[in-house]
Design a protein around this ligand. Structure first.
Ligand code: BTN
Length: 260
């Protein structure tokens, strides 16, 4: 299937908000995040939306691989947004991105702290945020991968979800056009106001809220939402703990490796 990407339509909406913005669609690349990080390190720090129909070395959080649609037929939407960002406080950025994406996509989508997007207890989309320091500037690369059609990969602990479960027939290019402009507005609001105004919006979609969770260091507790810095609040036997950088699971784990 040949995909028709709405590059011009996105550019028209976004460029007044983000001067110098460009949109690039590539049939194939190793990873859209890797490419924008390479460019940033080489001094290219203009705002850009880079979409790849196929990634040969997609990357996930914590050094994991991100497998996606090997054929490039729109079964997965993979893109990165690169832009200079100057927030007063970076904490909560990844949660703000997840919230914007979930809000743009569907009311039934939930957020699994810190920024995975889930549908009915299965992962539907992932977000990888990286930053590069270029001179005095910080350049943020926000990579997003969304399952449009259920992936056939079977080595995942939990079978993935896909957007067609809630939006039958939806196409990757339409999803892109729908979520990029609000994402840019959300980033600009985040730059000005930080995560604090988003705490209640996150709570409305918080998959973990009130649930028993297990942290990668073995800590267990009941999730009590997130604070204004985007840390997960966990009610444990030794009191309320703030989790800033662990992975959490809603099921017991047998091989913990603490990342906190
Ligand atoms: C995760 O869930 O661990 C994050 C997955 C992020 C995947 C996207 S796909 C577009 C961009 N390029 C990458 O290599 N990774 C991100």
């Amino acid at each position: 299937m040949t995909l028709r990407w709405p590059a011009e339509a996105i550019w028209e909406v976004v460029s007044p908000l983000l001067p110098g913005f460009t949109v690039e669609i590539l049939p194939e690349i190793d990873s859209t995040n890797t490419e924008l990080m390479r460019r940033a390190r080489a001094g290219q720090t203009e705002p850009v939306l880079l979409v790849a129909e196929r990634q040969t070395a997609g990357r996930g959080r914590l050094g994991r691989e991100w497998k996606s649609d090997a054929q490039g037929r729109g079964e997965t939407l993979t893109f990165s947004l690169g832009l200079p960002l100057v927030p007063a406080d970076w904490s909560g950025l990844s949660l703000a991105v997840g919230l914007s994406v979930a809000q743009s996509l569907h009311p039934r989508l939930k957020l699994k702290w810190p920024n995975d997007i889930w549908l009915e207890d299965r992962k539907l989309a992932g977000i990888l945020i990286e930053t590069a320091s270029v001179g005095t500037q910080r350049y943020a690369v926000i990579g997003i991968g969304i399952n449009i059609v259920a992936p056939t990969a079977t080595d995942l602990r939990t079978p993935p979800a896909d957007l067609r479960e809630v939006l039958p027939e939806v196409l990757a290019p339409d999803v892109l056009a729908h979520l990029v402009p609000p994402l840019i507005q959300a980033l600009q609001r985040f730059e000005q106001f930080g995560f604090t105004p988003l705490v209640s919006g996150f709570a409305e979609r918080d998959l973990l809220l009130g649930r028993e969770v297990v942290c990668t260091d073995g800590t267990t507790g009941v999730a009590r939402g997130v604070n204004a810095s985007g840390a997960l609040l966990l009610h444990t036997v030794s009191g309320l703990q703030k989790i800033s950088s662990a992975e959490v699971s809603v099921r017991p784990q047998t091989n913990p490796a603490c990342a906190n």
